[in-house]
Ligand binder design. Structure first.
Ligand SMILES: [Zn+2]
Length: 393
């Protein structure tokens, strides 16, 4: 006051204009970061979630398409496997049948050959015997004329026998050749069937391999799809939560709040409690300027002096809405206030040191819930207490 009187009229007017300008602007300035930052960040968060959701949705659709395609491929390959198995089984049957035919023909061929060879041997032996017999009997038959007729008859008879033998020999030779040809054909047929079985087997293996690869891919895509679905569901829940309950930085959960550490010689007035429910500045919900910081605290929490000083006021009652309140003067123009207390632990005029318990938090005066209203004033002007603290960690 003394200082003000010494200033010139002009300077005072300029000062008053500046003060008016500051007072006019400050609520707006204080309000805008508070309110719009809160709704802005929740809007941004929602937008970010929506963006992620869109991306997850599109990748999920892509994965679903891939899964459908792979499922189709796999069904086709399984059908092909069945068909190929039928081809293979039939080839195998034909191979076994060809083997039977081959064995029969080989046996027949061997037998025909044996028959032929036996007949040749028999013929050779008989001709040899016949000529041996001829040499002596022809002379004796020629010497006895009455048996001349008999001789010719015998010769004719012998000739006939030879012709039959020769005929049989030719037939046996032909039969043996035919049996051999049949055996050879059966062998070719059998080899063809073996090749067919090998081809069918290779084709089936190739299809099986393709099916196995497709199955593996399908399993990967299916699990990716499942992850994508879960992610989408989670993001949908997040988006819903962000829409229903916009982020309120003025009331974050207590356990996530970082502790406050003094930066200008002050210590935090309510140890262990760091959740801020209302900041310094214009508060729309109150419709007026808020001259302090509200710290959420259960009723009866210890409240300590923020710095060394002298208690200039300590009183229970309404106290203009402050309720039970303590005011401490710290010198150098600084004063602190502790309001809505549930109980006092100091007296007016008492000297207190930083950290000394001066009272207990409560819900007295103009208060809607248990909390500590804390003010820092410089020569009577309320300052934002948060300017004197920083968050740890
Ligand atoms: Zn308050």
């Amino acid at each position: 006051m003394h200082f003000h009187r010494l200033t010139t009229r002009k300077t005072f007017r300029l000062f008053a204009a500046l003060l008016a300008l500051i007072l006019l602007m400050s609520p707006l300035w204080v309000q805008s970061p508070g309110v719009s930052a809160a709704s802005g960040s929740s809007q941004d968060k929602l937008k970010e979630i929506q963006k992620q959701l869109d991306s997850v949705r599109s990748s999920r659709k892509q994965l679903a398409g891939e899964k459908d395609k792979l499922s189709g491929d796999l069904a086709y390959l399984e059908k092909r496997t069945q068909e190929q198995r039928a081809v293979y089984d039939s080839a195998l049957e034909q191979k076994e049948a060809a083997l039977m035919v081959l064995e029969m023909n080989q046996t027949a061929s061997i037998r025909a050959q044996e028959d032929y060879e036996a007949k040749v041997g028999e013929y050779q032996e008989r001709v040899a015997q016949m000529y041996a017999w001829n040499r002596q009997s022809m002379i004796s038959m020629l010497l006895t004329s009455d048996s001349l007729q008999g001789f010719f008859t015998t010769l004719r008879f012998m000739k006939l026998v030879t012709e039959a033998d020769e005929q049989a020999l030719v037939e046996l030779e032909e039969a043996s050749a035919l049996a051999e040809q049949l055996a050879h054909d059966a062998e070719l047929q059998y080899e063809e069937m073996c090749a067919l079985v090998r081809e069918a087997d290779a084709a089936m293996n190739e299809i099986r391999q393709q099916a196995s690869m497709t199955r593996e891919q399908l399993s990967k895509v299916s699990s990716s799809l499942e992850i994508s679905r879960q992610k989408e569901a989670q993001l949908s829940r997040d988006a819903q939560a962000a829409q229903q309950k916009p982020a309120t930085p003025s009331a974050p959960p207590a356990q996530t709040v970082a502790a406050h550490v003094g930066t200008a010689g002050f210590i935090w007035p309510i140890p262990g409690q760091h959740g801020i429910s209302s900041h310094f500045g214009y508060r729309a919900k109150y419709g007026r300027y808020h001259y302090g910081t509200d710290v959420m605290a259960p009723r009866g929490t210890k409240v300590v002096a923020a710095a060394n000083g002298i208690v200039t006021f300590a009183s229970s009652g309404w106290n203009d809405g402050y309720g039970t309140v303590v005011m401490i003067d710290h010198g150098n123009g600084y004063q602190t206030r502790y309001a809505h207390l549930n109980g006092l632990n100091c007296r007016m005029g008492q000297s207190v040191s930083a950290g000394q318990v001066i009272g207990y938090s409560g819900n007295t005066g103009n208060s809607t819930g248990p909390h500590l209203h804390f003010e820092i004033r410089m020569n009577g002007t309320p300052h934002n207490p948060m300017n004197y603290f920083k968050k740890s960690g």
